[in-house]
Design a protein around this ligand. Structure first.
Ligand SMILES: *[C@@H]1O[C@H](CO)[C@@H](O)[C@H](O)[C@H]1NC(C)=O
Ligand SMILES: *[C@@H]1O[C@H](CO)[C@@H](O)[C@H](O)[C@H]1NC(C)=O
Ligand SMILES: *[C@@H]1O[C@H](CO)[C@@H](O)[C@H](O)[C@H]1NC(C)=O
Ligand SMILES: *[C@@H]1O[C@H](CO)[C@@H](O)[C@H](O)[C@H]1NC(C)=O
Length: 215
């Protein structure tokens, strides 16, 4: 992508077009530099970030866009997609976004109707939790630990692998990401007897990023 040449357009117009581009590019470079510093390992960062020049960028972005209305060339795209594989990657991504004035969008299954988990009108970073999706079922104690990038279908599947009698009351769309599904309530066919998904959450691990903003 190049700024429009001033020889073709009046100078002021060219300036208007190229300014947001230059700012975005600058912000995005600073963001990447910040991430590299935070990770302390540039080879591990290169495995979890996708910039638009990466050949996989589009497929990673499209993968969980559930509403085709937000899958058009005109839809604003993230400057960087981060697919954390460790909690510290989330902290670094949030920290660096704040430092460099970029909004953060967090996506699990992408089922939100308004595209809010992967669209923004201002420069933004998409933190896609697709690689934080482990599910550990303790059937003896009727409990499970689930990471927020897992889908509700995967949760049902892993429970069914361990037990023929246990279940979990959530929605019926199996590609729902549990991050948004649980935080929004989560109702489905077991609602009358067992309530919503959120009624059956007994503990949660939160990623603390507040301390990182005290500079
Ligand atoms: C957060 O970002 C600031 C500014 O880039 C950096 O100095 C700091 O080391 C970062 N902290 C963490 C924990 O990543
Ligand atoms: C950097 O990350 C890569 C990939 O995760 C890992 O194999 C390597 O050991 C790490 N290097 C250091 C110095 O931490
Ligand atoms: C695209 O990004 C992924 C994830 O960061 C990385 O593993 C891959 O090497 C990149 N590919 C190219 C062509 O840059
Ligand atoms: C679950 O309970 C059974 C029967 O008491 C026992 O054999 C098994 O080891 C337990 N599994 C786990 C993972 O604790």
């Amino acid at each position: 992508m190049k700024p429009v040449g001033s020889s073709v357009f009046p100078f002021a117009f060219a300036l208007l077009l190229s300014f947001p581009w230059a700012t975005a590019a600058h912000t995005h470079e600073n963001f990447l530099q910040c991430l590299t510093l935070s990770f302390g390992n540039s080879s591990s960062i290169s495995e979890v970030i996708y910039t638009p020049s990466n050949s996989s960028y589009s497929s990673v972005l499209q993968f969980s866009i559930q509403n085709p209305r937000f899958s058009t060339p005109a839809t604003p795209k993230p400057l960087v997609i981060v697919t954390p594989s460790h909690v510290s990657h989330i902290q670094a991504a949030v920290n660096c976004s704040r430092t460099h004035g970029m909004q953060v969008r967090v996506r699990s299954g992408g089922h939100d109707y308004e595209g809010l988990s992967y669209v923004s009108d201002v420069p933004f970073v998409l933190i896609d939790l697709i690689d934080l999706r482990s599910i550990s079922v303790d059937a003896n104690n009727s409990m499970a630990w689930v990471q927020s990038g897992a889908t509700i279908g995967e949760v049902y599947y892993r429970i069914a692998e361990k037990s023929r009698t246990l279940g979990f009351p959530g929605g019926i769309a199996t590609t729902l990401g549990i991050g948004g599904h649980f935080s929004g309530g989560g109702y489905g066919t077991m609602l009358r007897k067992y309530g919503r998904a959120s009624d059956n959450i007994i503990d949660a691990q939160l990623v603390d990023v507040a301390q990182l903003t005290l500079t």
